[in-house]
Design a binder for this molecule. Structure first.
Ligand SMILES: C[S@@+](CC[C@H](N)C(=O)[O-])C[C@H]1O[C@@H](n2cnc3c(N)ncnc32)[C@H](O)[C@@H]1O
Length: 259
């Protein structure tokens, strides 16, 4: 079942939470002059038009990144803001980068990118948005594909797991995947995004991962102002394994962006 399309949710408060943290972590990892592998299990299309019908229909970008930019809430030196400004200057003021484009913008020529996307249209759009000899795009199940490639060369690296959680069993599947991936590639920084929904299915997933003895484990959740627990997604969660030194205070400070 592939009915989810991120074009309806691009630039939402959940994207702000996830993408600001991703930009902070990648900037930190790129401070060392050693090459990196960057992988995504669920890449999406990488470039979103926030003036398109999908984005206008939900209004999530208007309540998310567009409001934050209009209010001047993201400091000019923040790597997330710098990527957004670069993408707007290249593609136009309506455009917003998904996680693969944020990563590619921050990574260096010696780094390697592996992106999994199963949906045929999203995969085709991803191919149009991302190119370069160092970018490998796969139309493949993200869990299976990343585990098959891990550990990649170079071994230093980051995996972003950003599922659409369309089926209830995906929470347990993700938790098992994180443990299996860590076993196969112990050096990987792993970053998992999840929604806070009234059904509370994220809670068991996060507790199980927290109890799994994974190194430098970080769990952070933000709630959206004025959104009750009974109206769909009321907040955004991040779990990190092998959290790089020094990023936790920056990620905590960025929680102020999600209001
Ligand atoms: C939440 S979106 C990704 C958004 C993107 N990471 C970003 O932040 O810009 C999830 C994507 O995963 C894709 N997808 C769903 N199930 C998948 C699977 N098993 N393997 C790979 N991609 C999948 C969907 O088509 C969708 O494009």
């Amino acid at each position: 079942m592939l009915s989810y399309q991120h074009a309806y949710h691009a630039g939402s408060l959940a994207d702000v939470h996830k993408h600001a943290a991703l930009a902070v972590i990648l900037s930190r990892l790129c401070e060392k002059p050693k090459p990196l592998s960057y992988m995504e299990t669920h890449a999406g299309r990488a470039l979103y038009d926030l003036a398109a019908a999908e984005a206008l229909k939900t209004g999530e970008a208007a309540r998310g990144i567009l409001r934050l930019l209009a209010d001047g809430r993201i400091p000019p030196e923040h790597p997330y803001r710098q990527v957004i400004e670069l993408v707007r200057s290249q593609y136009g003021a309506n455009f917003y980068p998904g996680s693969p484009l944020i990563a590619r913008t921050l990574l260096r020529p010696e780094d390697r990118v592996h992106l999994m996307e199963l949906h045929p249209q999203e995969h085709a759009a991803l191919r149009r948005a991302m190119h370069g000899r160092d970018v490998h795009i796969h139309r493949r199940d993200g869990y299976e594909g990343v585990l098959a490639i891990a550990p990649p060369t170079p071994r230093r690296g980051l995996v972003l797991i950003d599922p659409s959680f369309e089926i209830k069993t995906e929470y347990a599947q993700v938790a098992d995947f994180v443990v299996a991936l860590h076993r196969k590639w112990p050096q990987a920084v792993i970053m998992l995004w999840y929604p806070l929904l009234g059904a509370g299915l994220h809670e068991a997933m996060a507790l199980n991962l927290g109890a799994a003895g994974l190194p430098d484990f970080l769990r952070r959740e933000v709630r959206f102002d004025g959104v009750g627990e009974r109206v769909g997604m009321f907040g955004s969660g991040l779990i990190m394994i092998n959290t790089p030194y020094g990023v936790t205070p920056l990620i905590d400070a960025d929680e102020a962006l999600v209001y």
